[in-house]
Design a protein around this ligand. Structure first.
Ligand code: N2P
Length: 363
């Protein structure tokens, strides 16, 4: 063996174990309020992998980080409509299913639906299912509207006269352009996934018509505010509203929060565990996903954050009051009326962001 060959061989010998053995670190980027209190600590204890855990509260933030590249994250949790485009853009690593031994726990019907956004279920593992509806303070809304017969309709938010009566007790809207505009289009009887500029202009006009009654646009603040009685109506994610409702009940100050899926139908979405293509620790990311796929682990998360999970054997570990709650595990007729958000082209996404900024700032 000549010297340079020997050197090269030596380098290989040293490099090989480093390649096989990833450092025991995992960088997770998840939605806020979307995991049980002890999930991460339990995973660390079981695997010896140290987790760095960051949170966000809207899809657009994660999308921008993935597009910019080198996010440093090993796990992200995009909703299906965003995942679909991220896959097309080559931003997501195909899963190594041989490492996901618990994958068979997932409901085949959910996997089938999910495959519309993630072909062959190749890139994402459905994590939680949620709807976007209205959370409200029962007593305050009844008083402001002068009736105990709450309209079961999106009129509560989108009818300018109705929502103006709630302005004083406080109305909050998600800071989520794609989702809110989709729901506004649906309310107008238009396709929630439309990319027509005229349709978007109508949705903008609708949002402007209710703007004087909106206290703020934010995708996480409403949990505390609804629970404390600081606001009385929120357009928000199902589980978040139930967290607020639970907190209000625990506090025992007489605040009662309910969740309404309006009769016109609500948006339904799946969020997926996915690995960015440039993730520094893909091995550990697979271990994490496989851990979340354990029935008791994911059932604990559902019991803590009140979102339905698609793991069939987990159901027996889900609390009775959680699985019998139609706002968390919706019945078939609610699902039939629900609509699914689809991916937008990058061009439309840009237009949407500009429109949203105009709605929020008036410029
Ligand atoms: C958690 C919000 C998760 C649902 N705060 C978003 N799809």
């Amino acid at each position: 063996m000549n010297r340079s060959l020997a050197l090269a061989f030596g380098t290989l010998m040293v490099a090989a174990p480093a390649l096989a053995q990833e450092e025991p670190v995992l960088n997770v980027y998840n939605w806020s309020d979307y995991i049980a209190e002890d999930t991460i600590a339990n995973f660390e204890a079981e695997t010896g992998i140290k987790v760095n855990y960051d949170v966000y509260d809207n899809n657009e933030i994660v999308d921008a980080k993935l597009l910019a590249g080198n996010s440093g994250y090993d796990i992200v949790v995009p909703s299906g409509n965003f995942l679909e485009r991220q896959i097309q853009a080559g931003l997501i690593l195909p899963l190594d299913k041989s490492k996901l031994t618990n994958l068979g726990n997932l409901d085949p019907a959910v996997m089938d639906t999910a495959s519309a956004q993630d072909p062959d279920n190749a890139h994402g593992v459905p994590y939680m299912i949620n709807t976007i509806g209205l959370g409200y303070n029962v007593a305050e809304v009844a008083e402001a509207l002068g009736t105990d017969e709450l309209p079961q309709s999106w009129d509560l938010l989108f009818d300018p006269e109705t929502v103006s009566k709630l302005a004083d007790c406080g109305v909050a809207v998600l800071d989520s352009p794609s989702e809110v505009m989709g729901i506004a289009l649906h309310y107008l009887g238009l396709d929630p996934n439309s990319e027509s500029e005229e349709d978007l202009a109508q949705a903008e006009e609708l949002m402007n018509s209710i703007k004087p009654s909106i206290r703020y646009y934010n995708s996480s603040q409403y949990i505390d505010d609804l629970g404390n009685g600081e606001i009385c109506l929120a357009l928000g994610y199902s589980g978040d509203i139930f967290i607020a409702s639970d907190a209000a009940e625990q506090a025992g100050q007489g605040v009662e929060v309910n969740y309404l899926i309006p009769e016109e139908g609500a948006a339904t979405l799946f969020d997926f565990l996915a690995i960015p293509v440039d993730a520094p620790h893909p091995e550990n990311a697979h271990k994490f996903i496989n851990y979340i796929l354990e029935p008791e682990v994911v059932a604990d998360i559902t019991n803590y954050v009140f979102y339905a999970n698609p793991n069939l054997p987990a159901l027996e570990f889900v609390d009775e009051e959680v699985k019998s709650n139609p706002g968390i595990y919706p019945p078939a007729e609610t699902i039939e009326k629900a609509f699914v958000m689809q991916a937008h082209t990058p061009e439309f996404e840009e237009l949407l962001t500009r429109t949203w900024t105009r709605i929020k700032t008036g410029q």
